[in-house]
Write a protein that binds this ligand. Structure first.
Ligand code: HSE
Length: 412
């Protein structure tokens, strides 16, 4: 059986490397007599590369070759990946993708096409890099109704936050290092503004709750506004700030979903997840909490997940796996402001004693936090739990303070 790879970048070249490195065991596990890489589609040339001779420029070579039964899409972006993947599925080829943007945008359509053509469309690598997560959700946790998902879903931002917090490295230097290590997206804005994590929570929520979650409905904030002052206050509170993607089942026709920096208590399994590592917590009604942890980005970890899907496609030749979700209706994702939360607030106050009194009268049970070397006019506090809309409305009535930072506190 022949395979083609579309896109010979970090992940695509990793796929070729893993296929070659573990060739014997991969073939054995695929239940096929042979699995061979036949083409690599890329517009670039790769002189001196071990696979130089496999590189082609015309997608139709793959499409029209009936001996190619599995196509790996590691191009990234929606176009032309969507058109290429659709054509392959229609031509009866299974497709394995690591492209979270494509799956988050067109996952439902492509799964439907795969269904109609009795082939498979698998994308384990699109969430959590090398961490097995989609297959465990759809198979090992199938007995559960999943109530909630929360995860550190972006390796680049977790790497940056860890370097800033532990090594006092500047944001720019940490981002540069993440790019050099091949973790960051082509345009790192997708990482630091939470867009990449948003795509991943869309895929997870679609799979866990059974309906496509579109990114445009998911409230998303990145890490660019996190200040070291906040990190210090939260340290004194007993926690850390992480970029968290989360989604919650509310009813068969309503879920919540968002990506925001969030305060995590030190006792949480998510608090100790550092560097490029990702972790995904799934809360099921039979299993309780289960956490999946591992390398969320990088060449070989991501290739590991892609190749596992290739093996699965090879094993299921001529058979469609039961995997996927339905389309969703409007208003499926509720307004994040209607969700309950507690908040951490850092603010400026000219008259601190007066401000503290006012805060306590507006937020009953507010707790004030401390940090070393705080300026005279700075204060920070945590609120109790209420809807975010209610908490923000109350905050707006406090004219004696100027909020500088507001971060949600989680209970994971
Ligand atoms: N840019 C992504 C990350 C790559 O840093 O997590 C893996 O999806």
């Amino acid at each position: 059986m022949y395979i083609a790879i579309m896109g010979y970048g970090v992940v695509g070249s990793g796929v070729a490397e893993v296929l070659a490195k573990n060739h014997e065991s991969i073939v054995k596990r695929s239940s096929q007599p042979e699995l061979e890489l036949k083409y690599i589609l890329d517009l670039r040339d790769f002189p001196g590369d071990v696979n130089e001779k496999l590189v082609i420029k015309d997608f139709n070579t793959i499409l029209n070759d009936d001996s190619v039964k599995i196509v790996v899409e590691t191009m990234g972006g929606v176009h032309p990946a969507f058109e290429f993947v659709s054509s392959c599925l229609k031509a009866g080829k299974s497709v394995v993708s690591s492209n979270k943007e494509l799956v988050a945008t067109n996952g439902y359509e492509l799964l439907k096409l795969a269904q109609e053509n009795n082939v498979n469309f698998l994308f384990e690598a699109s969430v959590g890099g090398g961490i097995p997560i989609l297959r465990p959700i759809s198979q090992c946790l199938a007995a559960n109704k999943i109530d909630e998902i929360a995860g550190i879903l972006n390796g680049t931002t977790n790497f940056i936050l860890t370097k800033m917090i532990n090594d006092k490295m500047s944001f720019a230097d940490a981002l540069k290092l993440a790019q050099e290590n091949g973790y960051a997206e082509k345009d790192p804005t997708a990482d630091i503004e939470g867009i990449d994590a948003c795509r991943k929570i869309c895929i997870l929520a679609s799979l866990c709750f059974g309906k496509h979650v579109y990114a445009k409905y998911v409230y998303t904030e990145g890490i660019t506004k996190i200040a070291l002052e906040d990190v210090e206050y939260i340290r004194s509170w007993g926690g850390v700030i992480k970029l968290i993607g989360r989604a919650k089942w509310l009813s068969d026709t309503k879920i919540s979903a968002m990506v925001t920096p969030a305060v995590i208590a030190n006792g949480s399994q998510l608090a100790g997840v550092n560097d490029v590592f990702n972790a995904i917590l799934i809360r099921g009604n039979a299993i309780g909490d289960v956490v999946f942890y591992g390398r969320g980005a990088g060449k070989l970890p991501t290739a590991s997940a892609v190749v596992a899907d290739v093996i699965d496609c090879a094993k299921h030749t001529g058979r469609k796996k039961i995997f996927g979700w339905e389309d969703s209706c409007d208003n499926y994702v509720v307004d994040y402001l209607d969700m309950d939360t507690a908040l951490y607030v850092r603010a400026e106050a000219e008259n601190k004693a007066e401000a503290k009194k006012a805060i306590q009268s507006v937020f009953e049970g507010a707790k004030f936090l401390k940090r070393d070397n705080a300026p005279e006019n700075e204060l920070a506090f945590t609120t109790g739990v209420a809807s975010e809309r209610e908490l923000r409305t109350r905050l707006d009535t406090l004219h004696c303070i100027k909020p500088l930072s507001v971060i949600r506190i989680t209970d994971y």
